[in-house]
Design a protein around this ligand. Structure first.
Ligand code: MN
Length: 494
């Protein structure tokens, strides 16, 4: 296990990650507040649209903390991990070490530690029976055409019915009854668990943890194999076993420090209409029949905080990007050790467009890297491979590499009819509106090899640089005022 460094933000020293300290959502919000990055909205705000509109205006600038959302006394927070630098800070590393830190945690998970219900903050208050989520929780309606209130920042935790190992994912959840919700299951681990339970005629027990720290949020998005428990990756990011507690109405273990936990079961062979809902690609998902969760309990801390992610905000995009980048980098490096860095671009909604920095040794290798990336995650739709002299985090650098090192007739890879993101609206063109799930998301893949040849005439592909540009000390060189300029002209301007 790696030892954690502390990161500094101004004079403030972060202490979590040390054996004594574990980062909670409350610690993190208090830290943001102390450093001018938390905006408190201390007046009544409507849950329908108004709350999301304010959070959106503060996106990537300040987290928004609403003390009076929709007449509730439970506050709502949004946007507390909306910059890469903030996320690095929470992880206690420099921004350049973000992916390495996440990958180390994914490679060396730390098993969680089960604690008693009496010790678990998330069960300080327990509701079973007669639950009305609309009355108990401030659940916002975000976008113009959303079909009502949605839980967007809930860690959905369930056990594999075959192995008992837990999985964590974030799924959008429409709350359409007092104790009834519809959930979108994309074809990954939770989906497989539900299908296995349903085939046996069983409900799948689940828990939805709302209000956890940035590290646990990030861990939930790791692209790890089935039967790898993402809470153990969260433990590794914290540098200590994550304290978990058994739910009060089922056998799922949840982070004990979560602000709010909804317990329930995904019913077999029941589907109810869900959507439309404005998603991360900045389009609406259509209304479709989805799996249904029946709520069995609601537990929470005293004075809980409800977290909502406003869809397509930077918090939403980065939450997808960083764990994916880390795991995609690891995946690519297993076959291609000369892959140096990757970036999921913001323009590609931090999911679809992957930029890869690669030290090519032999011709053709960049195309192997492209094919490897397509296989790593179905969301990857476009891959651009660039050389190590190109900054893979800078869109202008990528465009420059494509403009000057790429020829479409020889450097383009197109794969037809692969599986892509079902949330990409261009995959629906030519399909009937009621296409069944197994026909959805069919997508072409495009790869651009924007690397220069391994061997080239130096005057052709050598990047223009001005010697000394990076080391010039402007503070020393530039005069405090323009007196010398004025004196040279002797006041006779014009
Ligand atoms: Mn998983």
């Amino acid at each position: 296990m790696n030892t954690r460094d502390t990161a500094s933000h101004g004079a403030f020293q972060l202490t979590w990650g040390r054996p004594s300290g574990m980062l909670t959502l409350r610690d993190w919000l208090a830290h943001l507040a102390r450093t001018g990055r938390l905006a408190t909205i201390d007046r009544p705000v409507a849950l329908e649209h108004e709350l999301a509109a304010i959070a959106k205006r503060l996106d990537a600038t300040q987290a928004a903390f609403f003390t009076k959302p929709g007449g509730h006394d439970v506050p709502v927070v949004s946007g507390f991990m909306s910059r890469r630098a903030w996320i690095a800070e929470a992880m206690g590393v420099a921004e350049a070490d973000l992916l390495k830190r996440f990958r180390d945690a994914a490679d060396q998970p730390i098993p969680s530690k089960e604690i008693s219900r009496a010790e678990a903050a998330c069960q300080q208050v327990v509701h079973t029976g007669g639950i009305d989520l609309h009355k108990l929780l401030p659940i916002p309606t975000h976008s113009e055409h959303d079909n009502g209130p949605y839980i967007t920042a809930g860690l959905v935790i369930a056990r594999n019915p075959r192995t008992g190992v837990q999985n964590v994912s974030i799924n959008r959840i429409q709350v359409h009854g007092p104790d009834r919700m519809a959930i979108l299951l994309l074809p990954r681990h939770l989906y497989a668990f539900q299908k296995a339970a349903e085939e046996a005629g069983d409900a799948l027990d689940v828990a939805i943890a709302i209000g956890v720290d940035p590290l646990t949020m990030l861990a939930s998005q790791a692209i790890s194999p089935i039967d790898s428990d993402e809470l153990e990756i969260a433990g590794a990011l914290h540098g200590a076993p994550l304290p978990v507690v058994k739910c009060v109405t089922n056998g799922v273990n949840v982070p004990a420090f979560a602000e709010i936990v909804i317990e329930g079961r995904i019913l077999p062979n029941v589907r109810e209409l869900e959507g439309p809902f404005g998603e991360f690609p900045k389009y609406y998902s259509a209304q479709e029949a989805r799996e249904v969760i029946e709520v069995t309990a609601l537990t929470h801390r005293e004075k809980p905080i409800f977290h909502t992610i406003v869809p397509a905000e930077m918090e939403h995009l980065l939450l997808g990007a960083i764990p994916r980048e880390a795991t995609l980098l690891a995946h690519l490096q297993r076959s291609h050790p000369n892959v140096k860095d990757v970036h999921l671009s913001v323009g590609g909604v931090c999911r679809y467009h992957l930029w890869v920095q690669f030290e090519k040794k032999r011709e053709g290798e960049a195309k192997n890297v492209i094919l490897c990336a397509f296989g790593a995650h179905y969301d990857i739709k476009q891959v651009v491979v660039v050389d190590t002299d190109v900054d893979v985090h800078d869109p202008a650098e990528i465009e420059w590499a494509v403009a000057t090192r790429f020829q479409a007739d020889r450097d383009l890879v197109v794969i037809e009819g692969a599986q892509g993101s079902p949330l990409d609206p261009s995959t629906t063109v030519g399909q009937p509106e009621d296409a069944p799930p197994h026909l959805q998301g069919v997508s072409a893949k495009m790869g651009l090899d924007a690397t220069r040849p391994v061997v080239y005439a130096s005057h052709v592909f050598t990047r223009v640089r001005i010697p000394g540009q990076d080391t010039v000390n402007l503070d020393e060189l530039v005069a405090a005022d323009n007196a010398a300029f004025d004196s040279y002209l002797g006041g006779a301007h014009g």
